[in-house]
Design a protein around this ligand. Sequence first.
Ligand code: PRX
Length: 637
Amino acid sequence: MSQTPSGGKAYAAFHRRSIEDREGFWTEQAALIDWHKPFEQVLQYDNPPFTRWFVGGQTNLCHNAVDRHLAALGDQPALIWVSTEVDQEKVYTFRQLHEETMRMAAILQAQGVQRGDRVLIYMPMIAEAAFAMLACARIGAIHSVVFGGFASHSLASRIDDAQPKVIISADAGARVGKTIPYKPLLDEAIRLAAHKPGKVLLVDRGLAAMERVPGRDLDYAAERARHLQAQVPVTWLESNEISYTLYTSGTTGKPKGVQRDVGGYAVALAASMKHIFCGNPGETYFSSSDIGWVVGHSYIIYGPLIAGMATIMYEGTPVRPDAGILWQLVERYKVTVMFSAPTAIRVLKKQDPSYLTRYDLSTLRALFLAGEPLDEPTSEWISKGLGKPIIDNYWQTETGWPILTIAAGVEPMATRLGSPGVPMYGYDVRLLHEATGEELGSNEKGVVAIVPPLPPGCMQTVWGDDTRFVKTYFESVPGKLVYSTFDWGVRDQDGYYFILGRTDDVINVAGHRLGTREIEESISSHAAVAEVAVVGVADQLKGQVAMAFAVLKDPAQISDPQARLKLEGEVMGVVDKQLGAVARPARVHFVNALPKTRSGKVLRRSIQAVCEGRDPGDLTTIEDPVTLEQLRQVVKG
Ligand code: PRX
């Protein structure tokens, strides 16, 4: 990276060293966490692209997040749970978090959960979900959190892939004042899944009645009471043992279990808290994400706690009880570092701007935004409104921590509107030509790729499927073993990157990553549907929304507008039921045929372009141009 007008020399040297002297660089970073036994080898890369960090070292995520801080911060807040849905707040000190985690660990052990066993967590944003994750980490069980907004089919496929011994869940979540029962969805998912968990541990919030399956379902409060005095020592794990899997969408309908290690992840998070987020022990971190997403794993639970910070776990939306709630929490808990998504800010932008100035935000140093492109007007609006630096950061479930941003802890470089920033230390980022794999220069659009080995904290493999890991991520650019992010990007002359959208069929709705193939599979299961294509279409508020185009087995079925509307509602209902409302398309349009190439491939990019009113691109291979024209008419309404 060349020097920028805003500086960047010190950071450029820092980054260069992280690539040229990986071992020296990461040995230094590794000192940011506790090791029970020192590692023997910093990096093992004899079987590319599989990467092993801190080989032979023994550590534990829960120890680093909780136990390590007991001496200095035992009576300081660690977990601040706030729910504006049920109007409750509870603060747990590091000591209390330690106790609750040991109780949860004891409950799991009493059910026979051992090191390497999977525990699936399907929970709303409640403190017990944090206890559950930390308890698994403590005893070496592999947690797999499934986003609470997913419904039974999504959950069932994850149960079958993870094969959990125990599932931890709750009676219900709440959103925008509405109770969302989890238990019936969970029961249905277990019914659908081939794998059956031994036990289901249920937190009863008193929000929704639950039917319990005798012999399988356990009550958390009763189990906790049995283990109040539990002392569960940390299980020391080799750095490359598995800490968790987290499912994410890709090109196929089958979600991938992104698998992460223990030591590399702990070091990567500790380093990012220092160099990127600049958080200090005793301060408060507030991320408005959800534990079902990677941001929740890295920057609600593990990152802030490893840094000795209190972390706010928030059940609620940015506009209830009013559009000042996020800032009210910043004032009340003296938040110094905040993390959110552009969509949340776009939602606030529609509200009275005076909410931004009603509270004392003097403790807040910066607002980090990630998960989807941050548009310039939104960035400028919030930056002016708060009078704070806004730091865009670009990364993925697969990487676990930012690939592109600004490392203010190394050198406070200027941000650039529309750009998440520059490659972070440890990432050897390149822009490659999609078809030839050739490296591109500045101002040329290409695929954002990373030359392996990937730095600590990134995925180890796809759970149970090494072949898929290599094939999906490392064999998509011709002739080169590089990690593809599946994002288009461009770099300016000063080394700042701009992200231009996905190269695959993944869409991003309000910062939620969804696979269009999963939605297509769900819609196809409706008896009336012969064929369907789902694409992501630009949306002012949510970034993108899913738009479905379905061909019916019997088009006569929707001869009148009433019948059409009814069927559209029915199809959306199927998606709601199977995948969850989060995946529901904004519209389901019915068409006579889908635009396809002569070899039968659906022209998704052209469909998307037509929906967005853009030029559909090269149509020389289209089988029947009339199909695209009909689609254009349908979209116009
Ligand atoms: O397309 C990119 C987009 O979100 C994808 C990753 O989503 P997920 O796995 O859910 O991880 C989110 C972690 C923050 C990316 O491939 N994306 C993420 N952050 C940005 C972004 N697009 C533009 N700008 C960003 N800052």
